[in-house]
Design a protein around this ligand. Structure first.
Ligand SMILES: [Zn+2]
Length: 191
């Protein structure tokens, strides 16, 4: 089981939880040609990549112009912005940051306030992911709820390190491009 990177990340993820690229190396090459990623980042181990030359066109940083460290300063340096993309499909996971609050119903957009911990119940029984909204009575899966970008369920994702919650926003063009190459919609959250 690959370990997840530590620290603050922007997760770009495919909403199809069964999706994995039919050719991983081809997916990476495509991201490199597009300028989202650069070469592998040996300091961080397998499946980590440096940020590509066009990264700042695809991800907008808010506030004053950021100092984005994109290269290691020495051989043991692991504290820089990079991307992690596992090369094998993994079980569906849930991650959240500290600002996570009650998720919104995808139909009526009101906050769902269940009497039990949705995520803990799902972790005990992953087949039991249905939730009924107490306001509009629509039944959704946990995966469809709107966690306001503070959490998400995902399988295949690009985890970009050293990005704090809502500090940087991926462009719709980038999400559309990822959809074009995968065939499925992509979304994002911070964790
Ligand atoms: Zn609802």
């Amino acid at each position: 089981m690959p370990t997840l990177p530590q620290g603050h990340h922007l997760y770009l993820y495919c909403v199809n939880l069964d999706y994995f690229p039919s050719d991983y190396d081809d997916f990476i090459s495509n991201c490199q040609r597009h300028g989202l990623l650069a070469e592998a980042s040996a300091n961080l181990g397998p499946n980590h990549y440096l940020i590509g030359d066009n990264f700042l066109q695809y991800v907008s940083f808010l506030g004053c112009s950021p100092y984005l460290k994109v290269y290691p300063e020495h051989a043991d340096d692991t504290d820089y912005c990079s991307a992690y993309i596992p090369d094998k499909t993994q079980a569906v996971r849930f991650l959240a940051n500290k600002q996570v609050t009650a998720p919104r119903c995808p139909t009526c957009k009101r906050s769902i306030q269940p009497e039990y911990n949705l995520v803990e119940a799902w972790q005990k029984d992953k087949n039991n992911s249905a939730i009924q909204c107490q306001y509009c009575n629509t039944t959704s899966t946990l995966y469809e709820l709107d966690w306001r970008k503070n959490a998400g369920f995902f399988n295949f994702a690009i985890a970009i390190s050293n990005i704090f919650p809502k500090e940087a926003i991926p462009s719709q063009d980038l999400l559309d491009w990822l959809q074009d190459i995968s065939g499925y919609e992509w979304r994002y959250f911070y964790a």
